[in-house]
Design a protein around this ligand. Structure first.
Ligand code: SF4
Ligand code: SF4
Length: 336
């Protein structure tokens, strides 16, 4: 598979990487088969997070076996993880734990996970700078759902990569990606299948890899079949029927899909609206029901407490019917 340079990290990664969310839902044997197939088919970039429960441990088990199977395996792959920790101690612990769980001496790319404006991350920053000096992590990146904030952050030389959603429906980041490309910052595209809302993975990937800017999508892969489909898509160009289907997706999803931009906040009652939709997506589309409910239950104010004041809907730039959608989320996330 073609490799692309991930900006100033100077790492060369496969045209698509493997996202580590879906391997949580099965067992470590399945994770090994998925990672092995991905590796043999040319994928060398694996991205996970502290927050994805067993994902790092499953990847670590797979890496251990593959190191024994393929000479030079570790040097030929690029391992990325991320943490939401903001203090020095918590971030340093997370780095050490990622290294241990993934059976690596170092992590190629460590990212601030979903960094949000107004949060003091100076402690975590100091930890990652120290970890980089010690060779525990090779490069530092940042992921966020807030485009304006990423636009600010890319002027900080600390960050060598950014990760932001990009797919057929969520196209708002294109200008940011072009700017990052110019600044030689690596761009990683999260949610290339719009969190499972796009059911044709091949079209979703073709759409991204045929753009005139470089973004490396990391579709979550939980089965060997998904790996084979995704790898096949990288080699293909978009045809007329794909273009028609893309228009269809845009027509049906544009007014119904939460981009997690957060412009609807603050909710009068304190509901974290995009987080509720995220959990619903994990429940309905990722087949991760238990995890989705667990995460939803961490919300201080539940979606069912909405008083239908309508303030959030007046702020949403995508005109989403938030009140109706929250009711749908409540049906699956609060029914048990
Ligand atoms: S509901 Fe609308 S404003 Fe709120 S996060 Fe989703 S897309 Fe953004
Ligand atoms: S309509 Fe519901 S979710 Fe929206 S701001 Fe009001 S209480 Fe919050």
């Amino acid at each position: 598979m073609e490799k692309v340079r991930l900006g100033k990290t100077n790492l060369y990664v496969s045209r698509i990487g493997m996202g580590g969310i879906p391997i949580q839902r099965d067992n470590d044997d399945n994770a090994y088969n998925v990672v092995r197939t991905a590796y043999i088919d040319g994928i060398n970039f694996f991205d996970t997070a502290k927050g994805y429960t067993v994902s790092e441990a499953y990847l670590g088990e797979a890496f251990k076996k593959l190191k024994a199977e393929f000479k030079g395996f570790r040097e030929s792959i690029v391992v990325a993880s991320k943490s939401m920790s903001l203090t020095y101690d918590a971030m340093m612990n997370d780095v050490l734990d990622s290294i241990k769980k993934m059976d690596c001496d170092y992590i190629d790319l460590y990212q601030f996970h979903n960094l949000q404006p107004g949060k003091d991350y100076s402690g975590a920053k100091a930890a990652l700078i120290e970890a980089k000096q010690k060779g525990l992590v090779k490069h530092i990146g940042v992921t966020s759902h807030n485009m304006d904030y990423l636009n600010e952050l890319i002027s900080d030389p600390l960050f060598e990569t950014i990760q932001y959603p990009y797919n057929i429906v969520e196209r708002q980041g294109e200008e940011l990606f072009r700017k990052a490309n110019k600044l030689d910052i690596g761009v990683i595209g999260m949610k290339p299948l719009a969190g499972g809302a796009i059911d044709d993975g091949a079209i979703a990937i073709k759409y991204i890899v045929n753009k005139d800017f470089v973004v490396v999508p990391i579709p979550g892969m939980g089965s060997v079949e998904e790996v084979i489909n995704n790898v096949g898509a990288v080699q293909s160009k978009l045809n007329e029927s794909d273009l028609a289907k893309i228009k269809e997706y845009q027509a049906t999803l544009d007014g119904d899909f939460c981009r997690r931009c957060g412009y609807c906040k603050p909710c009068t009652k304190g509901i974290d609206i995009p987080f509720a939709f995220l959990c619903e997506g994990y429940y309905r589309r990722y087949n991760l029901q238990e995890w989705a409910i667990q995460r939803y239950n961490t919300m201080k104010v539940k979606a069912s407490e909405c008083i239908e004041c309508g303030l959030c809907e007046s702020r949403c730039p995508y005109n989403l019917p938030i009140i109706k959608k929250l009711k749908e989320a409540v049906k699956v996330l609060e029914s048990k």
